[in-house]
Design a protein around this ligand. Structure first.
Ligand code: GDP
Ligand code: CO
Length: 394
């Protein structure tokens, strides 16, 4: 792969936010280095990409997606990555989870690869979390709650269980398997070129095609992401005193991390998880004067934003879904300890203008989930390990 080098970095304490890097070439061949590489271009050879992917799990959270899309998605994940599917699909009246399992089974048989599939509400997972002291994911009955974040965090714990060093998330509602392949390649390349061990790669889609009367229109920004990015940038601008537009991936569902970083971030429930990852890092390592937080010393935490070549086309989940997403994203920013007054006002104005908030009300406060490193991992491993066969498809 060839990718643009880092041009510009915004810093908030120990958190380094790299500006968007575009993919120049999807496959740049086997050779490590060209002697006459153009300036401003990084080359990541195929052996390096494959080596990174061997150390990587791809976590796919899914809930009642069309089986065809689910199958598309798994077929696009590179062979070397460990596939971990965390499903919250219905078991009745149709057992959709069983259908997903069956689809995965067939795929594994033909592709000669094993994969992991768990239901989010599997009693073994819930018991393991409970006994390992991680009840932030559980409801009053002691079962894992609904929510995409809840599924993603189970994916992080399973990545650790299977001794992988990196993990990347990919949504299951993707129409093009080729995009999935590109995400996994961008993850490998990005995590490889990062300068610090604690790193994250967030994907920016080139386009998100929409159907218009005149035909296809290749839209660049979604409404939710445009507003979330604006509010996150406002937060960074007012905290640092220098206006910036560095954040372009506030809602990136597609993102990858070193396991060491994934384990150490406090998350938020449901759809607030993606912006909350950034907020948690600012809260902990952003060197914000009134929080006195500079725990990481000189060790950097690095966030890369990589723009794909493929356009992204996923399921249209309707206006209510979009509204919920906007409310929970802006709610997480609004309630963060690092959020300045100016940004709070911007959020209130925006939500009132969209008709999602009454005058005098505040957006919802996200439910926070403590960092996965807080779990008694040996206990979790013991209980999951005793039952691991039920999750492995060979
Ligand atoms: P959007 O693409 O960000 O608008 O949101 P989606 O509704 O497409 O969700 C992103 C991914 O998370 C999709 O693959 C969903 O199937 C999956 N997802 C949504 N809710 C849940 C859940 O409660 N549990 C799990 N495990 N996955 C979920
Ligand atoms: Co989607």
């Amino acid at each position: 792969m060839r990718i643009e080098t880092f041009r510009y970095t915004e810093r908030l304490g120990a958190v380094l936010l790299r500006d968007v890097q575009k993919i120049i070439e999807l496959d740049s061949g086997m050779e490590d280095q060209d002697t006459d590489e153009a300036r401003g271009v990084l080359k990541i050879s195929e052996p390096i990409i494959h080596d990174m992917q061997k150390q990587m799990a791809i976590v796919i959270p899914t809930k009642n997606e069309k089986l065809r899309l689910f199958e598309n998605c798994i077929s696009g994940v590179p062979h070397e990555c460990l596939k971990i599917i965390v499903s919250n699909s219905d078991k009745s009246p149709i057992n959709r989870f069983e259908l997903e399992k069956e689809t995965l089974q067939q795929f594994c048989e033909f592709s000669k690869r094993r994969a992991i599939i768990v239901h989010q509400k599997d009693p073994v997972i819930s018991r393991a979390l409970q006994e390992a002291g991680y009840d932030d994911l559980l409801d009053e009955q002691g079962i894992v709650r609904d929510g995409k974040a809840e599924g993603m965090i189970i994916g992080i714990l399973l990545t650790k269980f299977f001794n992988k060093n990196y993990l990347g998330f990919i949504d299951a509602d993707n129409y093009f398997p080729g995009t999935v392949l590109e995400y996994a390649r961008a993850y490998a390349a990005g995590l490889h070129i990062a300068k610090y061990e604690q790193c994250m790669v967030r994907i920016l889609w080139r386009y998100k095609p929409k159907i218009h009367e005149q035909g296809l229109y290749f839209k660049k920004w979604g409404r939710v992401s445009e507003i979330t990015n604006r509010c996150l940038n406002s937060l960074i601008s007012f905290v640092s005193g220098f206006e910036t537009d560095v954040i372009k991936t506030g809602n990136a569902g597609e993102h990858a991390m070193a396991l060491s970083l994934a384990e150490s971030i406090p998350y938020a429930s449901g759809y607030a998880i993606e912006p909350q990852e950034l907020l948690s890092l600012f809260e902990e390592y952003g060197d914000i004067p009134h929080l006195g937080n500079h725990k990481n010393g000189f060790k950097g935490i690095e966030i890369l934003q990589i723009e794909t070549r493929n356009p992204h086309l996923h399921e249209n989940k309707g206006q209510e879904h979009i509204n919920n997403m906007l409310l929970s994203s802006l709610g997480s920013i609004y309630h963060s300890d690092v959020c300045p007054e100016e940004t709070k006002n911007l959020i209130l104005e925006e939500l009132q203008r969209q008709g999602l908030l009454n005058l005098g009300d505040e957006p919802p406060r996200p439910k926070l989930i403590k960092a996965p490193k807080e779990i008694d991992f040996e206990k979790f491993k013991e209980i999951v390990g005793e039952n691991i066969d039920r999750f492995i498809i060979k």
